[in-house]
Design a protein around this ligand. Structure first.
Ligand SMILES: [Fe+2]
Length: 233
């Protein structure tokens, strides 16, 4: 394995706008929760499989919307500065999307399998496939953060990058945005929560902004939510 560890301290400056950091924290949280649910699932129990299937579909919808947003608003900037990294990421989006659809259909097959022993056998294969997908997805996020973003820093201002990132939310329907905020809000730090909500102000309609804030209230500890409201007012 060709393994180079992360970023050397001091190699890049964190004073720049963290382009995908908070969003990726939310995706990692969603995927990790899904992995945990799947890993302890009793595949003899059809109700549990149904719930996992719903959770998987929500995550896949979030990932699809995120990839569409990146393809539309962020990668065109990357294409201008490094077409090699751009091509790698476009290919990864296509590959990951295919696996996401496979996972949904595998779980559909398991749901329809009547024999319990067979269902458990297929379930254990599904968990391995899900783990494999998540491992690859995490590497994809690393490629974006460690290879693509530094390229963007060279040629674009924080203002331009912020504008592109704020557009990402516009491709997502409000239900899915809300589910994503449930994963992201607890996964990011207090400063990032304030910056995220401030970024949305003026980009999305007031009703969407308020929905997101209400959703944040349902997933944050009381003091954390208070600090967020204070930070954005
Ligand atoms: Fe991506």
């Amino acid at each position: 394995m060709n393994f180079k560890r992360g970023i050397s301290l001091g190699e890049i400056t964190m004073a720049r706008f963290d382009v995908l950091g908070p969003i990726h924290k939310g995706l990692r949280n969603g995927l990790t929760e899904l992995q945990f649910t799947a890993s302890q699932l009793n595949f003899a129990d059809l109700e549990q499989i149904k719930r996992l299937s719903e959770d998987l579909k929500v995550i896949v919808e979030i990932l699809d919307a995120h990839a569409v947003g990146e393809d539309k608003f962020l990668f065109p900037l990357l294409e201008k500065v490094n077409s090699d990294v751009f091509n790698i990421l476009i290919e990864e989006h296509g590959g990951l999307e295919g696996v996401q659809e496979d996972l949904i259909s595998e779980l559909g097959t398991i749901e329809k399998t009547e024999d319990v022993a067979e269902r458990e056998e297929l379930g254990s294969i599904f968990v391995k496939n899900l783990n494999d997908f998540i491992a690859h997805y995490f590497i994809h996020l690393q490629t974006e953060e460690l290879k693509a973003i530094p390229e963007l820093y060279n040629d674009f201002s924080d203002q331009e990058l912020m504008h592109a990132v704020n557009q990402l939310a516009t491709v997502t329907n409000s239900d899915i945005s809300q589910r994503f905020v449930e994963f992201m809000m607890p996964a990011i730090n207090p400063k990032e929560r304030i910056a995220f909500m401030m970024g949305l102000k003026g980009t999305v309609p007031d009703s969407v902004f308020n929905n997101m804030l209400n959703t944040a209230e349902t997933v944050l500890a009381k003091d954390d939510f208070k600090a967020l409201v204070k930070g954005i007012s």
